[in-house]
Design a protein. Structure first.
Length: 430
């Protein structure tokens, strides 16, 4: 089956398409004076032309909304133009009610009456079964990613793409802006450390939209894993630029997950998300500033952490001494509702801010405290350190344990980052 990328917007011949139908209500323009149109906005404007005559299954969550906050499934259901047969819910669920590592289960959507399948953690075989049971011949993916390898929605997309290729059905990605921009940062995943937070070899902050990632996955990984590429169609955004951040786009922000409440959270997450790999430090889950508030028990950590970080003069960021009590434990029940001391990460210049370098500096300084401990998972005796799965290898952990400083740690991935950057270029759309 031939791969085809359907690019709504300015096509290969320079012809503008997707201009028919009723335009979604306008959203507020971004700080650069223009509003980015998402793939969903373009699809609605076309009268759902890309889905005509198809039995459609939707992979989405609460972020799959148009410029007027209308959900993709509700728009399809009420259009009379789409034969919608099923929805598939990722981590946190289709309607977004579950916490990290959870789902809403399989059932019937109260609003539309369509069956909703629990797809969190689904294997490719399970995806194949769900697609077959639902009678799907076109899968539509529309979820707001946050641009980081260990944010699991891109792997939901990947596994469902492989399944779609195996059963011979179409796959349509409704593209959305990457809220943290189009530049890649960080280390590469290595094959021995792949897991549910990094199934394939990509860079930690990949700097791609989901549509670009789908193109990359389809060419790079699917031929070997599925036996053929999937019949891929990407309905692209209009007006998005690679240096745009979420605040520049005017695209509505809906929480992609319970601990990703704002665009500020997304901006720091590539670096502070690494603290999921530290047993003695919380990422601020259950606070009003998750991943911006980072700290350990106040008996073990203190104001010196923030002082030392500020003394480093890291570009684009400052640190406020902070005290808080996390109300969600994640994998760290010993910190639940306990007074924690640490820092609040304050991004002051997005043009020069590097979230992963910042996260590394925070780890290096936190490692000075005797209470610092990497998270170990008893269920994985061969690869017990969660930080290794987050960063893609044991390298960062062993460097920090050996006393390496930030420049040496960041410099260690320079070559693999440059290689990935070259490899991804043919698949970029913007």
């Amino acid at each position: 089956m031939q791969r085809r990328d359907f690019l709504v917007g300015t096509g290969a011949l320079g012809v503008s398409v997707g201009a028919v139908g009723v335009d979604p209500a306008p959203a507020v323009a971004g700080s650069r004076g223009r509003r980015v149109r998402t793939g969903l906005d373009e699809l609605v404007s076309s009268g759902f032309a890309e889905l005509a005559g198809q039995r459609v299954g939707v992979v989405s969550n609460p972020t799959g909304v148009d410029a007027a906050y209308r959900h993709l499934v509700d728009l399809m259901h009420g259009s009379g133009q789409v034969r919608l047969v099923a929805a598939f819910g990722p981590e946190h669920g289709f309607r977004g009610s579950a916490q990290a590592g959870g789902s809403e289960g399989t059932g019937v959507d109260a609003r539309t009456g369509i069956p909703v399948y629990d797809a969190y953690g689904a294997t490719q075989a399970r995806w194949e079964t769900m697609f077959t049971e639902a009678g799907v011949d076109t899968v539509v993916f529309d979820i707001q990613d946050v641009g980081v390898r260990f944010y699991t929605y891109v792997w939901t997309m990947y596994t469902s793409m492989v399944a779609a290729a195996r059963v011979g059905i179409r796959y349509v990605v409704l593209d959305r802006p990457n809220p943290i921009g189009g530049r890649a940062y960080g280390p590469m995943m290595t094959t021995p450390y792949t897991s549910g937070v990094g199934l394939k070899e990509i860079i930690q902050q990949h700097g791609m939209t989901v549509g670009e990632l789908a193109r990359f996955f389809n060419a790079t990984f699917l031929p070997a894993e599925a036996g053929q590429p999937v019949d891929l169609h990407v309905v692209r955004c209009r007006h998005w630029k690679r240096d745009d951040l979420a605040a520049d786009t005017g695209v509505p922000w809906v929480m992609p997950s319970p601990n990703m409440p704002t665009v500020d959270t997304a901006l720091v997450y590539p670096g502070t998300g690494l603290f999921e790999g530290v047993a003695s430090i919380t990422e601020g889950r259950g606070t009003c500033r998750p991943f911006e508030l980072i700290g350990g028990l106040a008996t073990d950590f203190d104001h010196h952490w923030g002082d030392r970080l500020n003394a480093r003069n890291l570009p684009g960021v400052e640190f406020r001494e902070a005290y808080f009590s996390p109300t969600s434990a994640g994998q760290k029940p010993d910190l639940l509702n306990k007074l924690c001391a640490g820092v609040e990460v304050k991004v002051v210049d997005t043009a020069v801010y590097d979230p992963i370098r910042t996260g590394v500096a925070m780890l290096v300084e936190a490692h000075r405290y005797p209470a610092f401990a990497w998270r170990r998972d008893s269920w994985d005796a061969v690869r017990p350190y969660w930080i290794d799965k987050l960063t893609g290898s044991p390298r960062l952990r062993t460097q920090i344990d050996a006393g390496a400083d930030v420049d040496d740690i960041v410099g260690a991935w320079a070559d693999e980052l440059a290689t990935f950057d070259r490899h991804r270029r043919p698949y970029l759309l913007y």
